[in-house]
Design a protein around this ligand. Structure first.
Ligand code: C5P
Length: 237
């Protein structure tokens, strides 16, 4: 039995910036830079789905109801660690590195299709940051989590470019990677994220589209910074 989504939590007077797009489009790096520049809190919503996936893998949980319970009771938090930036903690343990493993990403996209998991994580996302201005990134932050966000951005880049970036990132961490394998896994994950029945990866109608295929990271950051600048400048509080 699919649970009803929790009641919408008011946005209040804070600015909410919602950034969506497929894996490897640059969401994380861009949002962290914007959060730091404007003093916003930052929520990488993919990490919470990865957190559920990691717990599910560790505890061999596959049943939808049980996955929903794992998500609802997940002792997950982001902490800002001096010199290291935002780190993800599960039950007090820094799991930032574990969460980035390709297997965990693959499992995350499977558990993210489970309505019980999405429902449990919705409240977490809406409460996150309290009264602080926030930028969050994911797949459905502008369509489902914050349909009334002050600014919505949909980031894209070609599959080849995104796979190249992810390969370089993993190589930088000393991992041996196959570009083709990464590209195929990404394509598979995109297809699953776009085709699932609940909160699929999609652009909100009122989102600003930014294609980062031909942009450097700095240029991509600049693009989003300009949009936020306009927003903050136009609505003094
Ligand atoms: O962004 P990241 O690759 O860390 O996300 C991992 C997976 O979590 C995605 O493939 C997607 O299936 C899921 N996800 C989601 N909704 C979000 C964020 C992530 O379904 N808002």
């Amino acid at each position: 039995m699919v649970k009803q989504l929790p009641e919408k939590i008011a946005k209040g007077s804070r600015f909410v910036v919602a950034v969506d797009g497929p894996a490897g489009a640059g969401k994380g790096a861009i949002c962290r830079a914007v959060a730091t520049k404007f003093g916003f809190s930052y929520l990488d919503t993919g990490s919470i789905y990865r957190g559920v996936a990691l717990l599910a893998l560790q505890n061999d949980v596959t049943d939808d109801e049980q996955l929903g319970k794992l998500a609802g009771n997940m002792p997950f938090e982001f902490r800002f660690v001096a010199g290291e930036g935002f780190r993800a903690f599960l039950a007090g343990k820094d799991v930032s590195i574990n969460l980035r493993e390709e297997q965990v990403g693959k499992k995350a996209s499977l558990v993210a299709a489970v309505p019980q998991v999405r429902s449990a994580l919705l409240t977490f996302q809406r409460r996150y940051g309290g009264e602080k201005n926030i930028i969050l990134d994911g797949r459905d932050t502008g369509t489902v989590v914050w349909p009334d966000a002050d600014l919505k951005v949909f980031l894209t880049a070609s599959l080849e470019e995104r796979a190249k970036r992810r390969s370089l990132e993993l190589q930088g961490k000393g991992e041996t990677v196959s570009f083709h394998k990464i590209r195929d896994m990404m394509a598979e994950r995109d297809a699953r994220d776009e085709s699932r029945a609940h909160a699929p990866l999609a652009s909100a109608k009122d989102a600003h589209h930014v294609d980062t295929t031909l942009l450097t990271l700095e240029e991509s950051i600049d693009c989003v910074v300009k949009l936020v600048d306009k927003l903050v400048g136009n609505k003094p509080r």
